[in-house]
Design a protein around this ligand. Sequence first.
Ligand code: MG
Length: 120
Amino acid sequence: MRLNLDNINIYDFAESVERYINQIQNYFDAYQKSHFPERSPEFFCLELNGEAGELANAEKKNWKGKIIDKSVFEDESADVFIALMNYANARKIKLGSAIAQKLLKIEKIRIELAEKGEDY
Ligand SMILES: [Mg+2]
């Protein structure tokens, strides 16, 4: 399936994000609960920021001219995503719903700015 981004319906987009991200998050929750010790939201927040730091460090090295294998960016991006899933579950946040709401807010602001001839 190919999305036409010029004619994207923001409501369909937000609805899909809400449904699928929430479903993916539920799988992470079940996996985490069945195989790993329970941890606090604060723990996962620190882990998320640690993983984001590892990703940023790889990007910094790349920016300074060192050759960084793409697999490093993939691995660290995956770590960030997993830590975010675990954080959202520990904090009892429905991330898909939160992202869907944020997308609608961003789109509203984008349209208001576009009507004034300004970029977001
Ligand atoms: Mg890592």
